[in-house]
Design a binder for this molecule. Structure first.
Ligand SMILES: *Cc1c(COP(=O)(O)O)cnc(C)c1O
Length: 452
């Protein structure tokens, strides 16, 4: 029997993050100030984010040292290194000549990769004298990761949670409060933005866009508070490269190098964290690995969006980022993979898509849940609905390899477990899931273009 598990010891947790900025085929266009339309003044950004994080956002250093305290936190509290498994039962079931490996981030305290950046962000804020971190959350995966990191480093955490999730996902709220965070349903009566929406509708379901606006208003009213974001930005993606750097050692231990790497994309952080250390090899010409980025058809920023400057939020408070986007006015349908319900993707990932280095594909949620159900029965792990997008793509590619008789090495990132998403699985089993595919996207209307 071959090995199915490739373990590392704590000493193998990376000492440096990999920063892709110096290796990209072109420069990342600068974020623009929503008021002036000119590149954002970094002095404005340090009122929102810890100074060290603003520096990392634009750093051209290829490897950035992980502070000892962060590395210790990743090991002692974040439970790194995480395992890499070979999905032998899935391979056997598909009778594919392909080998399928997956990195599993579900073993962390809050069940997904998000703790990797939460710990780093909490650390830098703590050493800079910040007392409170404020953020927004939809489903609650980011909010719970930041709450856990705040508990570890002794920082207060305040989370604006979209009211619909606050009501429908009580377990994530409980988890955040268990870690000591304050959680408010958004829109709330604590901010002027929130009060405005509550006046319109006292039971307003909220949106990530509104929750971001509330978090920013909150931070601007408290000198000791800073804002924290769980994806999209360069420094967040860089913090996630611990995933790919570990995977590199583990695949090496398995005696293979991946032909195809796959990850699900919301804002792009777990995909980037898993693949960028391997994208580096391809950019410098030492590999031909293909990189597949999977998104929902309900939120098709890479497969149907436009590469342009767009706001990060619905309320137009954030800087504009040049990215693949379906438009900040787009109302993302209520799919269960709430972590993928974002209108844009990271600027660095957008550039790699433009250059054909990353290939985007999209699926409907019903086919994704079916793949996840099969994976659960064969491999014993319930994937988060977000991660299930990568599972679906891995299965499709393994079946194609079978048709073509190719012995491909496939590696995908299983970004989290689905134990707090069983409602979605319930609806899948009861045949109640809806598949959404927009006919037109607001971004095309605004650009005055025919829909593609
Ligand atoms: C948030 C989340 C995602 C999507 O976010 P990215 O920044 O694109 O990684 C994917 N999987 C899980 C489990 C998540 O919690």
């Amino acid at each position: 029997m071959g090995l199915t598990s490739f373990d590392l010891s704590p000493e193998d947790v990376p000492t440096h993050w990999y920063n892709i900025l110096p290796d990209l085929p072109e420069e990342v266009p600068p974020p623009l100030d929503p008021e002036t339309g000119k590149p954002v003044d970094p002095r404005k950004l340090v009122r929102l984010f810890a100074r060290a994080l603003v520096e990392q956002e634009v750093s051209k250093e290829r490897y950035i040292e992980i502070p000892l305290e962060v590395r210790k936190a990743l090991i002692e509290f974040g439970r790194r290194p995480t395992p890499l498994f070979r999905a032998v039962n899935l391979e056997r079931y598909l009778s594919t000549p392909a080998e399928i490996y997956f990195k599993y981030e579900g073993v962390t305290p809050t069940g997904s990769h998000k703790i990797n950046t939460a710990l780093a962000q909490a650390y830098y804020n703590k050493v800079e004298g910040v007392e409170r971190l404020v953020t927004e959350t939809g489903a609650g995966q980011w909010g719970s990761a930041l709450a856990a990191a705040g508990a570890y480093f002794g920082l207060k955490v305040r989370v604006y949670m979209t009211r619909s999730s606050y009501k429908q996902k009580p377990y994530r709220r409980t988890l955040m409060e268990l870690f000591g965070a304050e959680v408010y349903p958004s829109p709330s009566d604590r901010t002027s933005v929130g009060r405005r929406f509550l006046k319109e509708d006292p039971e307003h379901p909220g949106s990530l866009g509104i929750a971001i606006s509330e978090a920013i208003e909150d931070v601007l009213s408290d000198e000791k508070a800073r804002y924290s974001l769980g994806s999209v930005l360069n420094h967040v993606l860089m913090h996630q490269t611990v995933i790919g750097l570990e995977a590199k050692k583990q695949l090496d231990e398995a005696g293979v190098y991946p032909d195809i790497m796959i990850g699900a994309v919301g804002g792009g952080s777990n995909f980037a964290g898993f693949t960028y250390p391997f994208v580096y090899d391809r950019l410098k010409g030492s590999s031909n690995t293909r990189f597949i980025a999977v998104e929902p058809k309900a939120s098709p920023s890479m497969t149907r969006g436009v590469y342009t400057y767009d706001y990060g939020d619905t309320g137009r408070l954030t800087p504009l980022l040049k990215m693949h986007t379906v438009g900040h006015e787009y109302k993302v349908p209520p799919i269960h993979a709430a972590g993928l319900r974002y209108h844009g993707v990271a600027p660095t990932l957008s550039i790699l898509v433009n250059h054909g280095i990353v290939e985007p594909i999209a699926y409907h949620q019903t086919e994704v849940f079916a793949a996840a159900a099969l994976f659960t029965r064969l491999e014993g792990i319930v994937p988060a609905p977000e991660s299930a997008h990568a599972v679906k793509a891995a299965i499709d590619i393994a079946l194609k390899a079978k048709e073509e008789g190719k012995r491909l090495v496939i590696a995908f990132n299983l970004s989290g477990h689905g134990f707090l998403d069983l409602q979605g699985y319930r609806e899948y089993l009861d045949g109640l899931l809806d598949d959404y595919e927009p006919e037109t996207l607001p971004i095309y209307k605004r650009l005055g273009r025919a829909n593609a």
